[in-house]
Design a protein around this ligand. Structure first.
Ligand code: NAP
Length: 309
């Protein structure tokens, strides 16, 4: 199961399980990356904003020195919000840090631009404490620059992250290249079925992030997850990661702990009754207005997600 792959609209394949690197601290992430590749991971998710691409690059180097071939792995990184008007410059920075000539996938991290000349390189704020956004910059302009990257050979595919249906409906009529991927927060407490279905209908692959509920993995104790795990003699982590593969999505699990990195490869095929248990739970939360967002609020900008003020 861990070696499942999904086809992108570019014809390339994305390995179903990727190692996440957000909040992987310096001093930990090099070892995590190199260990993950040594035990068979083929996919890693990075981002300029995570401020650890240098060390992710060190981990990649160690993996290559250990015999991993560049063409056998899938590397994603992302364009940060303060770089929407400097797309190729941002990509070059990331490539340099990662020690790579190309990435397999480059994503627009969020569909909004922040002031490139503000009071902070990554998270500029206005004097009133709110985010310093470039309100007259359209994410379509950003996408046009993303499209140009394909001719440089420095990206094999381009995509988006944190795009709701509203943003995709704005983008697609203007796009020459359909995004290969939409990377979104996704778990049984936030199934995002509307976005998943919309992307499927447009040939956009979904990659699920924060599948364990992010820091502290709060999804582990959700009752239906525990129930399916008991029934299948599996761990909650395995159920939560396998859930996405059953939905046709790839999934990113972050860990810097070798045992957990290894354990997260123990994926299982969830059957219809397992998926019904998890889907019923999602529907229940949706009906009662109790869907849980772990990352979106942390971002600190009201994006109208999912499509609501
Ligand atoms: N596009 C975006 O805007 C966006 C946003 C958020 C995340 N992401 C990507 O998605 C990745 C995954 O999401 P995430 O980092 O938010 O959270 P996550 O993978 O859902 O959860 C990570 C947390 O779970 C723990 N953990 C991992 N495996 C475990 C296991 N088997 N048993 C117990 N605990 C375990 C980790 O701790 P240890 O490290 O100590 O094991 C960490 O505290 C990110 O790292 C990032 O690459 C993208």
């Amino acid at each position: 199961m861990a070696d499942t792959r999904f086809k992108l609209n570019t014809g390339a394949e994305i390995p179903a399980l990727g190692l996440g690197t957000w909040q992987s601290d310096p001093g930990e992430v090099k070892r995590a990356v190199s260990y993950a590749f040594s035990i068979g991971y083929k996919h890693i998710d990075a981002a300029y904003c995570y401020a650890n691409e240098d060390e992710v690059g060190d981990g990649l180097k160690e993996a290559f020195d250990g015999g991993v071939k560049r063409e056998d792995i899938f590397v994603t990184t992302k364009l940060w919000c303060t770089y929407h008007s400097r797309v190729e410059e941002a990509l070059d920075k990331s490539l340099k840090s990662l020690g790579l000539d190309y990435v397999d996938l480059y994503l627009v991290h969020w569909p909004i631009a922040m002031n490139p000349n503000g009071n902070h390189e990554k998270f500029p704020k206005l004097p009133d404490g709110s985010r310093d956004l470039v309100k007259d910059w359209s994410h379509i302009q950003t996408w046009k620059s993303m499209e140009k990257l394909l001719a440089t050979g420095k990206v094999k595919a381009i995509g988006v992250a944190n795009y709701s249906v509203k943003y995709l409906e704005e983008l697609l009529p203007q796009a020459t290249v359909i995004p290969a991927v939409n990377q979104i927060e996704n778990h049984p407490s936030l199934p995002q079925q509307e976005i998943v279905d919309f992307c499927k209908s447009k040939g956009i692959h979904i990659t699920a992030y924060s599948p364990l509920g992010s820091s502290g993995s709060p999804m582990f104790t959700a009752e239906p997850v525990v129930e399916v795990a008991k029934k299948r003699n599996a761990t909650p982590a395995s159920v939560l990661l396998s859930y996405h593969i059953a939905r046709g999505s790839s999934v990113l699990a972050k860990s810097v702990n070798p045992e957990r990195i290894k354990a997260n490869r123990d994926l299982i095929t969830l059957d219809d009754s397992d998926m019904k248990t998890l889907t019923d739970y999602s529907n229940e939360l949706e009906k009662s207005g109790k869907l849980m967002r772990y990352v979106y609020p942390a971002f600190g900008v009201q994006l109208g997600f999912p499509d609501k003020p």
